[in-house]
Design a protein around this ligand. Structure first.
Ligand code: GLA
Length: 384
């Protein structure tokens, strides 16, 4: 990410002066997919790619925002009825509104931003954008009174209320709380979290991007969430204390089978198994047992593909290639419907795997996948 580049665009676009500069990262997730909104565990980490924004209060009641990457300029007011049309600007507008709802006196500002986290690749470019502005507005207008968890919730509420995605807390949490070299296990029910230094000896994490753009807002994501809620509602008839799938066992699910559609049943089955897999992976990591970590990643892929049905032909293909190459663990990462696989690869297999994946993918789909080495970086911060 290039601060000077963002600054030069900001100066060119506005009145020649400079403001403050903030950054927030995208994220990876080792394991624990679609578990966050089910009160389960996730295991993400921030990456070294994200968004950078320069921001300066402008003394007006208007936000003037420039997307450097899209070369698009939008102005909007700060009242509920002022929502801009451009989807990228709705993220910034949503964050302003959610900060205002939390008592921050957000005033007009000029801003330009750019990012190097690939869009729609399952690395949470939108959370990076939300966290950047939540962190910045807290600093510029809120005397940093809003705590970090609430900043993550500002991003999540922006998705819910202004972007139509009923997401969980994982992406925004990872973006705000990220720490160089560490993954973070988050319990999405209690919000307790723990940093796990992640420097696997002899292995690397690499993302292979199918470059199939996912469309979370296209309602498939929200539909998965509804399936989980429907399963919970059926289980609650016998077990009223149950709040999330996190509180359910496979026996409880089985017991309620007659009241659950076949599709919702499969979704719930995946989630209950996946929540357990995160715990198993944490135990395995503590033992330095990367073979088990990898095996669980393959199991997750299988579940996401066959039970949760959020994979696609390209991602299943990349997963098969990884398996054929003897990669330790591989699976679709993030919400799914496109984007990347995350792969845990032995150092000595890395080159062969990447070359084979590129060749075979190109032969089958006529284009090359992209490859990103994972570097686990810091969360939201002020740069200048
Ligand atoms: C998206 C959502 C997250 C989470 C993942 C799947 O990234 O924003 O809240 O549900 O999908 O694990």
């Amino acid at each position: 990410m290039d601060i000077e580049y963002v600054r030069s665009r900001f100066i060119k676009h506005f009145d020649g002066t400079t403001g403050s500069v903030y950054a927030s990262p995208g994220r990876i997730n080792l394991i624990g997919e679609h578990t966050d909104y089910n009160g389960g565990f996730v295991f993400p980490g921030a990456v070294d790619k994200g968004m950078i924004a320069e921001i300066k209060p402008n003394g007006k009641d208007k936000v003037r925002a420039y997307s450097i990457d899209l070369k698009d300029y939008v102005e909007f007011g700060l009242n509920e009825e002022d929502a801009p049309k451009a989807s990228w600007a709705r993220y910034i507008f949503g964050v302003c509104r959610e900060m205002i709802k939390r008592g921050v006196e957000v005033k007009g500002f000029d801003t330009a931003f750019a990012g190097d986290v690939p869009l729609g690749a399952g690395m949470s470019s939108s959370a990076a954008l939300e966290s950047t502005y939540a962190f910045a507005l807290n600093d510029l207008f809120g005397e940093n009174k809003i705590d970090k968890f609430e900043l993550a919730k500002v991003g999540q509420a922006t998705e819910h209320n202004y972007c139509g995605v009923n997401c969980g807390i994982m992406d925004q949490f990872a973006s705000v709380f990220g720490k160089e070299g560490s993954l973070i296990r988050l319990d999405c029910r209690s919000l307790e979290y723990q940093y796990f230094p992640f420097k696997p000896d002899g292995y690397r994490l690499v993302l292979v991007d199918s470059v199939v753009k996912h469309e979370l807002a296209s309602s498939a994501y929200n539909k998965r969430r509804q399936s989980c809620e429907a399963a919970v509602a059926a289980i609650q008839k016998k077990h009223p204390h149950v709040e999330f799938l996190r509180d359910c066992t496979m026996d409880m699910l089985q017991e309620a089978k007659a009241d659950i559609s076949e599709e919702d049943y499969m979704r719930a089955e995946y989630v209950i198994e996946e929540i357990q897999r995160v715990l198993d992976v944490c135990d395995a990591l503590e033992q330095g047992d990367y073979e088990t970590v990898g095996q669980k990643m393959f199991e997750t892929h299988h579940g996401m593909s066959k039970l949760y049905e959020v994979s696609c032909e390209e991602l299943d293909f990349l997963n098969d290639v990884a398996f054929d190459c003897g990669v330790t663990g591989s699976r679709v990462m993030g919400g799914g419907f496109g984007g990347c696989t995350i792969n845990l690869v032995k150092n000595e297999l890395y080159e062969t795997f990447i070359t084979t994946a590129k060749e075979r993918f190109k032969a089958k789909f006529g284009r090359s996948p992209k490859v990103y080495d994972v570097v686990i970086g810091d969360g939201s911060r002020k740069l200048l």
